[in-house]
Ligand binder design. Structure first.
Ligand code: AMP
Ligand code: MN
Length: 275
């Protein structure tokens, strides 16, 4: 799940309240390149009876793809992790300026301030630019802003020198976490390429694949379960909840892992997710 510490819509406390309302007992907060929300979320989660898993979702680059590696159970106080995440935010700050320059060239000169408003540390991610493009009346919906301007290959997309997948795995493990390859089917790779990515991830010490994520068809789930068996990886579930305006993603409403998958949560000391 994501909060306002990255590109989510809900502040950490409101997010935990939504989790509790949905009857969810265990939730991982995995903001993009940030652990800033975890302290507030933890304080509220304890009161609400929600077991919070400290998480982070690290932006990586591999073979011309932007890849996300989730760390579950990381120590948010780790100074090494905090230093790496500070470097990630600096990359984000520079990328935001370059995106704003590209959008200015496309005829939208005043978007940086609007996109930065409410963004974590004043550093807008692409969804913040998408919201600003909608608010300015340039696009009708945020997904149109991605399709026309912000997605890879579109005119306002800026290639970023994110760390390698192996580096992110190393940071996560050094801070006590379990590394999970996020939503492997969203990278739109051929099977051969996905196989290479998963092999590299496993060789780097990655421990789990996100086998079930939102908007995923049954064939993809089966394929990912097969990769788990092939590379002896555990299986995770992620809703990737960003807030109520994503109507197709509901808190805690996800299909179960396929039979035969080894769930990732015992590695975090959690035996059962259901109450
Ligand atoms: P960023 O961290 O700035 O690269 O933004 C990544 C986030 O943008 C992802 O986590 C998604 O929530 C969102 N996103 C990426 N691609 C799309 C897309 N094509 N349509 C809508 N949202 C997207
Ligand atoms: Mn992601």
């Amino acid at each position: 799940m994501h909060s306002t510490a990255s590109d989510g819509e809900l502040a950490p406390a409101a997010l935990m309240a939504a989790v509790a309302r949905a009857g969810v007992k265990v939730a991982a907060l995995t903001d993009h390149d940030s652990v800033a929300a975890l302290a507030e979320a933890r304080a509220v989660a304890a009161e609400l009876g929600v077991q919070l898993v400290n998480g982070v979702e690290i932006s990586c680059r591999w073979d011309a793809h932007d890849i996300h590696v989730v760390g579950l159970g990381v120590d948010p106080e780790s100074s090494a992790l905090q230093a790496q995440l500070a470097a990630q935010m600096e990359r984000r700050r520079q990328r935001a300026e370059q995106m704003a320059q590209r959008l200015a060239k496309l005829g939208f000169p005043d978007l940086l301030a609007a996109a930065s408003d409410g963004a974590p540390q004043g550093i807008p991610a692409r969804p913040h630019f998408a919201r600003a493009l909608v608010a300015a009346g340039v696009c009708r919906q945020e997904k149109d802003a991605f399709a026309k301007y912000l997605a890879q290959g579109k005119p306002a997309y800026v290639k970023t020198e994110w760390p390698g997948v192996d580096e992110a795995v190393a940071w996560i493990k050094a801070s006590g976490g379990v590394a999970v390859l996020a939503h492997p089917h969203r990278y739109k790779m051929t099977r051969t390429r996905l196989d290479r990515l998963i092999r590299l991830f496993a060789e780097a010490g990655g421990q789990a694949l996100e086998v079930v994520s939102s908007n995923q068809d049954a064939a993809s789930v089966r394929q990912l379960a097969g990769f788990c068996t092939q590379y002896q990886l555990h299986a995770s579930q992620g809703s990737d909840y960003h807030g109520p305006s994503m109507r197709w993603v509901q808190v805690g409403r996800m299909p179960a892992l396929p039979a035969g998958c080894q769930p990732v949560w015992p590695l975090l000391g959690i035996q059962e997710l259901s109450s």
